[in-house]
Design a protein around this ligand. Structure first.
Ligand code: PMP
Length: 362
């Protein structure tokens, strides 16, 4: 008799729920931190031609040499640092965890943070240690330092800005964590395009710092491209775990083409930042809403005065607007929701539906 899945699959995997992506067809999609703008038509035509001519019967360049050179320049990777590409930064998180997952090794993050840190610790059999943020979502540096002393984590992930809270943590606090960490610290700059701070220029200073970026939030989510930068001695080892051909040929060609028009994504990010300020202000003007400061392309807010996040989420959904309900995902996120900054028209639709959902309640 062959074994049943529950006899062979690890119990911690049986206990997991798969990463949930809600259906969004026809909805105003403000749940996933995507850039709402498409590329200009002439650039889209160039891309169509590139795709038509691409030798898709052949494997892509396994080292993506040409794209890597373009990224080095576009992202100002410091001299002497190596880079590795992933199928989104999700894959890079997984590669890092795989490398450090010796029995008993711990993966640490703060909470609430990007859920894949915890999930990938589980995938790879690592012990997960989550250190709560302060109630205002700032970094509790002393708590992290105490947890480091206790868990001796092989790897610490810190998103800068953080998801789902949107804020940049205090850089000096992160530096203290990097100094105290016995293992590596990965600063995940997924939302860098919308923030005015980065650890990129400090890479050379810390022997145990790795830095992650992605093109998903700034406009190329569908292509799946993440990047890790760090010292060659770390990257040489991590490269061994990267699956061959993990970055497809269309991703390589199209990303390189878009980077040649680098100002397009920069201009879109600038528009999103302006719209973010408008939206935060309009949200804060609504009664019964607490809006948290953000350096990302999304806004975290809390509803009160008798509205529950679950109700608000459902009422928005009924009006064709999809955001993210975070209530129940962490005690600090009670009655919190997260909305991605969309186009001005999408944001207005969201704000009007939100206002109407409150009226509905009264
Ligand atoms: N890091 C953070 C902090 C994120 O919020 C996300 C996306 N939600 C990712 C990494 C993963 O992005 P991707 O795999 O699209 O590069």
């Amino acid at each position: 008799m062959p074994s049943r899945p529950d006899q062979l699959i690890r119990p911690e995997i049986l206990a997991l729920s798969a990463y949930h992506v809600p259906p969004a067809k026809g909805m105003v999609k403000l749940d996933a931190m995507e850039n709402p703008y498409s590329l200009p038509a002439p650039l889209r035509e160039e891309i169509a031609q590139l795709a038509a001519d691409a030798p898709i019967n052949r494997y892509p360049d396994p080292n993506a040499a040409s794209l890597k050179a373009a990224l080095r320049e576009a992202l100002a990777i410091p001299d002497g640092m190596e880079i590795m590409l992933g199928n989104g930064s999700d894959e890079i998180i997984q590669i890092i965890a795989l490398a450090f997952a010796r029995p008993g090794a711990a993966l640490m993050s703060v909470e609430p943070a990007f859920v894949m840190f915890r999930m990938i610790a589980t995938f790879t059999g690592m012990r997960y240690a989550g250190v709560p943020l302060n109630p205002d979502f700032s970094l509790d540096v002393d708590a992290v330092l105490a947890a480091i002393a206790r868990h001796q984590p092989a790897v610490i992930f810190i998103a800068y800005p953080n998801n789902p809270t949107g804020n940049l943590f205090d850089a000096a606090g992160i530096s203290r964590i990097i100094d105290a960490a016995p293992g590596v610290v990965v600063v995940d700059e997924a939302y860098h395009a919308f923030a005015d701070a980065s650890f990129m220029s400090t890479l050379a200073k810390y022997p145990n710092l790795l830095l992650m970026r992605t093109l998903s939030k700034s406009g190329l989510a569908g292509l799946r491209l993440g990047l890790l930068a760090g010292r060659p001695e770390w990257l040489i080892q991590l490269e061994k775990l990267r699956l061959p051909y993990n970055v497809g040929i269309t991703t390589q060609l199209i990303t390189e083409k878009v980077l040649q028009h680098g100002d397009v994504l920069l201009q879109q990010a600038a528009a999103i930042k302006i719209e973010r300020a408008v939206m935060s202000e309009r949200l804060a003007a609504l009664n019964g809403i607490e809006v948290f400061p953000t350096d990302a392309n999304f806004i975290l807010f809390r509803v009160n005065r008798g509205n529950s996040a679950a109700q608000v989420f459902q009422r928005l959904k009924a009006r064709g607007i999809l955001i993210k309900n975070l209530d129940g995902s962490h005690p600090l996120l009670k009655n919190c929701l997260r909305v991605t900054v969309g186009t001005p028209s999408e944001n207005t639709q969201f704000l009007e539906a939100l206002q109407a959902s409150f009226n509905h309640q009264n």
